[in-house]
Design a protein around this ligand. Structure first.
Ligand code: GUN
Length: 278
């Protein structure tokens, strides 16, 4: 992996390994699984990562205090608070508590704003990964009709912004749950990004031949034939849509691994741009 080579160069130059701290509140099974994936990948590329697990009874003040400690610790380069958080905690307050210079998720309003004006510091990992996938697959973005389905702060809004920036130049349509005629928009897409969390929402008649499809959905659907009782499917009906698509990302295995790589890239960037780290 490229990040691994870049971490090696960084440490070979006498710096300590980049340091990531992940906060996991409660025992949401999907979150625990994502966090394990992040930790394993970090270890593989030489990033020092540790997961700080806290029970879902943690108070907001306790969580903010923990973030304050990590903010103040010069040995910590990157902080990630795994979402979702329990209902009694105000996620916006938590996101805003993270030092923007350590916000490797890119969720702090300062970093969101920087991305929006075209001067990003940390690009959230999923949209960052999507842009890398498109660019490395030689997808023509310039002038393309890009349709984004889903307006989350984690994926939909930032990828819509990135695709419309001056270095990308797509014409962007942002669709959401109140879009009157979703298929009208998705059928026009040269690039279709599905990020809503609705299994198999995008069907064959909703896309045009030759479309590039990026499926960000990771949905658990019951499947008694699997040992664990469920299987993972995307927001796109892969079987149906794949024959019409020029390119399509599978679930699992498409966007997910790229997302983790981008988080590690952001962690290295945090170490390299830190005002205090050595
Ligand atoms: N939950 C789902 N995706 C993400 C992510 O990219 N970062 C964090 N912190 N939580 C998530």
């Amino acid at each position: 992996m490229e990040v691994q080579a870049d971490v090696s160069s960084w440490t070979a130059a006498g710096h300590r390994p980049p340091c990531l701290r992940v906060i996991l509140v409660g025992d949401h099974p999907a979150s625990a699984s994502y966090v394990r994936g992040k930790r394993k990948a970090a270890a593989e590329v030489g990033i020092d990562s540790e997961t700080l697990r806290r029970p879902d009874t943690i108070t907001q003040d306790e969580l903010l205090a923990l973030i304050g400690e990590l903010n103040a610790d010069d040995a910590v380069d990157g902080i990630l608070v795994q979402l979702p958080l329990p209902e009694h905690i105000d996620a916006d307050a938590v996101i805003e508590a993270v030092d923007p210079a350590k916000d490797v998720d890119g969720f702090h309003p300062e970093n969101t704003g920087r991305l929006f004006i075209g001067a990003p510091r940390f690009i959230p990992a999923t949209p960052f990964g999507i842009m890398e996938l498109l660019r490395r697959s030689d997808v023509v973005i310039e002038g393309a009709e890009a349709v984004v389905v889903g307006r989350s702060n984690i994926v939909g809004k930032p990828i819509a912004s990135l695709l419309g920036q001056r270095d990308a130049n797509a014409t962007v349509t942002l669709c959401h749950s109140r879009t009157r005629d979703l298929a009208l928009h998705t059928r026009r897409a040269d690039i279709l990004i599905a990020a809503v969390g609705r299994p198999n929402l995008i069907t064959a008649e909703m896309v045009k031949t030759g479309v590039t499809v990026i499926d960000v959905g990771i949905n658990r659907v019951d499947d008694a034939s699997r040992e664990r009782g469920y299987r993972l499917v995307g927001d796109v009906d892969f079987e149906q849509v794949a024959p019409k698509a020029a390119r399509i990302t599978p679930v699992p295995g498409g966007v997910g691994p790229m997302t983790i790589a981008m988080l590690l890239r952001n962690t290295l960037t945090a170490a390299q741009t830190s005002p205090v780290a050595t």
